[in-house]
Design a protein around this ligand. Structure first.
Ligand code: GCU
Length: 358
């Protein structure tokens, strides 16, 4: 598939023209960014709750000399005050022993409360990284109930077309863990990565777009309403996703079901909002529901924004390569591995290989 030809066929909007404002310098783009984020809040994910008044963290338990004596394993509970009300959620952290050089760190917004095959913790520690793990359902349930967990406090009336969806709420929680990491100076804040798979890849991308402290957005198999173009998808459509998971989004998003061409943006606008920080994207050959080709196409469309910052985004050939492949020479990393929908050890290693290079 020739990339340029396919993009022409899809007739995707360009953020360089669609706002009716000139965007030829990085300052123009910075000035546009709040409008891009506003568009995604109003039309897709709902309003991102504002930052809390305060955050504190309580240690539940800590085990030193863990991971073959190479690190510490700990469980915590984070409390935040939001408009005078308190909310809380648990998280865990695996940290290699501090030897004087700052530790690169992941925040994994995870499906599971206990790290399993989707988080190879000992290998992450062996490679010198720390990993903070937040189980998304510990923040609020993955359903249309807005009365539990953080949703009880952050939630808006769902009759508001722009009401905060669950993805934005999970994303808000990730930013609270980052608040905590920022109070700890053993961590390398220039190597702060957020990682998530699938619906949590969508959450990771949204977090990176909103929270500039995220330096590496490791977005795994995020597909529709994540890193894939919605126009011309060969996989999941907006009708599919809003039918099964309406509560991930704001109610206004429904109007684009079966009507992708009327979207005043496409997902490359959200990817672009992460520039000039690193997009680190993983897909899998057989994950057709997420549409690896449309994920690739969306990413190539961010390159002109990286250029404004004097950076090279994704260095890629004219055709989408045959899987498996890995492109890691620019400021953007993209790989398609063999296999299906999963956050695998290979994905983690590809992400760490890329971050190691910085
Ligand atoms: C469903 C959904 C996807 C989502 C995936 C997941 O397949 O349709 O959009 O990414 O679940 O989160 O595993």
């Amino acid at each position: 598939m020739n990339i340029k030809e396919r993009i022409k066929e899809l007739n995707v909007p360009s953020l360089f023209t669609s706002f009716g404002r000139p965007v030829s310098t990085k300052e123009d783009f910075e000035a546009l960014k709040p409008d891009i984020l506003d568009l995604f809040q109003r039309e897709e994910y709902g309003y991102m709750p504002k930052a809390p008044d305060s955050v504190r963290v309580e240690v539940i338990d800590e085990k030193k000399q863990f991971f073959a004596g190479k690190g510490k394993n700990a469980h915590y509970r984070l409390y935040a005050t939001y408009e005078g009300r308190e909310l809380s959620f648990p998280f865990s952290a695996a940290t290699p022993n501090y030897t004087g050089s700052k530790i690169p760190v992941f925040v994994n917004i995870a499906f599971d409360p206990t790290p399993n095959f989707r988080q190879p913790t000992t290998e992450i520690i062996d490679r010198g990284y720390a990993v903070f793990t937040v189980c998304y359902k510990d923040c609020t349930s993955d359903d249309g109930d807005f009365e539990n967990g953080v949703a009880k406090i952050l939630g808006m009336d769902r009759s508001d077309p722009h009401a905060t969806g669950k993805i934005a709420m999970w994303s808000w929680c990730v930013s609270r863990v980052i608040d905590y990491i920022y109070t700890l100076d053993i961590f390398d804040h220039d190597k702060l990565a957020v990682i998530g798979h699938s619906r949590l890849g969508k959450t990771t991308l949204l977090t990176a777009a909103f929270d500039e402290r995220v330096k590496f957005a490791c977005v795994n198999d995020s597909g529709n309403s994540g890193d894939a173009l919605s126009r011309g998808t060969a996989g999941e459509t907006i009708a599919d996703i809003t039918k099964r998971f309406p509560y991930w989004f704001c109610p206004a998003y429904q109007k684009y079901a079966g009507n992708e061409d009327s979207l005043p943006f496409d997902q490359h606008y959200l990817l672009s909002a992460v520039a000039p920080r690193a997009l680190v994207i993983g897909t899998a050959k057989d994950d057709l529901w997420a549409d690896p080709k449309n994920e690739f196409l969306a990413l190539t469309l961010t390159n002109d924004v990286y250029k404004l910052y004097g950076k090279v985004g994704l260095i890629h050939p004219e055709e989408i390569p045959e899987a498996p492949f890995k492109l890691q020479e620019g400021s953007i990393s993209f790989h398609t591995r063999l296999g299906n929908h999963c956050l695998s050890r290979e994905d983690w290693n590809n992400y760490m290989d890329f971050i190691d290079k910085f």
